[in-house]
Design a protein around this ligand. Structure first.
Ligand code: HMG
Ligand code: MG
Length: 301
């Protein structure tokens, strides 16, 4: 078994994490938190999303947050955009990179972005073309790759069809979402055996939610297949409000800890990361669920 020397971690807490919190934080707190995350050595932070505020009220201050954070050189500050309306706002706030998103299953796509898969393609194509004209990289998320809360198992052909269409539009890489945390290592193996015949490992990232505690096992399996980019959320925050049962992403702190113990470089300073985790835990007034933060909380109580 050979592991890579280095892994890139994309922090999605300020977006995937906060979109699933009942409490709506002040922009000031989000900005302070993102600034702390920037100091931890993370090279990529998804700071917000430019979606409809009625759909995700937690992130309705996207423009303010994007404009007022301190941008650390070398860090990519990215945001999710569902359509041209969102892209225009993201460009105005000058985010470094945007991510488009859709699902491999019809029902989740409809519940999440109010369109069929077929009707989503032209919307995203225009977003990708316009963003690229503005010299922005565009990442693509595909949700419900390993299972859909409404349809159950999703056909691999459906995943391939959506990935092919996104790559044809000109996106730079795809993040494969286990939206409701149902994937297991055998399923990851089956999926990657097929996907890697078609796409380079460097073009794929894995985005595991940890609903059933299988995310780190799935990451080990993905490493085995040469995947070197993973999305995670500090403290294990996260979830999609339009996917019933979806809970937090794999925790960035647990992931960094595991990789560093395995001798795999992440470039992230765990102490500084835990400072950022403590900040958001105090601000949200609830203990974070990651293993490392649970240990930390036991030592201070
Ligand atoms: P819609 O209602 O179909 O939008 O929503 P529309 O195009 O029909 O427009 C209706 C009104 O909304 C119009 O205003 C538009 O201007 C406005 P009106 O003319 O009526 O005054 N509008 C907007 N306003 C602000 N920002 C916008 C925007 N777009 C239109 N961007 C829409 C369609 C996509 C906007 C809506 O369904 C939406 O915002 N959905 C987002 C849901 C979401 O954020 N889900 C969570 C993120 S995905 C996720 O978590 C999964 C992921 O983590 C990977 C994984 O885990 O699998 C990425
Ligand atoms: Mg997610």
């Amino acid at each position: 078994m050979s592991y890579p020397d280095k892994v890139t971690i994309k922090e999605v807490g300020p977006r995937d994490g906060l979109q699933n919190e009942k409490e709506i934080l002040d922009a000031k707190n989000k900005i302070e938190w993102i600034n702390l995350l920037s100091q931890s050595g993370l090279s990529y932070i998804e700071i917000t999303s430019f979606v409809h505020p009625k759909w995700i009220p937690q992130l309705s201050d996207a423009k303010k947050v994007a404009k007022e954070i301190s941008r650390k050189p070398g860090v990519t500050y990215a945001a999710l955009v569902p359509n041209m309306h969102g892209l225009e706002a993201a460009l105005e706030a000058n985010v470094d990179e945007v991510s488009v998103f859709m699902s491999a299953s019809e029902s989740h796509n409809l519940k999440n972005i109010n369109k069929s898969i077929g009707d989503t393609f032209p919307v995203l194509e225009k977003v990708v073309q316009t963003a690229k004209k503005e010299h922005k990289m565009v990442r693509g998320y595909v949700s419900t790759v390993f299972g859909c809360p409404y349809e159950g198992r999703v056909a691999i052909d459906q995943v391939l069809k959506v990935c092919d269409s996104l790559f044809d539009m000109g996106i730079s890489d795809i993040s494969l979402g286990d939206t409701i945390g149902v994937a297991n290592p055998r399923q990851v193996e089956e999926m990657l055996n097929i996907l890697l015949k078609r796409y380079e490992a460097s073009l794929l990232a894995l985005h595991f939610h940890d609903t059933r505690g299988m995310a780190l096992a799935n990451i080990i399996k993905s490493l085995d297949y040469g995947i070197t980019t993973f999305d995670s959320s500090i403290g294990g925050l996260g979830g999609c409000p339009y996917a019933p049962g979806a809970s937090g992403n794999v925790a960035t702190d647990d992931l960094v800890h595991m990789l560093e113990k395995m001798g795999i470089e992440t470039g992230i300073d765990l102490d500084k990361l835990l400072k950022a985790a403590s900040y958001i835990q105090e601000t949200l007034k609830k203990p974070l669920q990651s293993h490392l933060m649970s240990m930390y909380n036991q030592t201070i109580t």
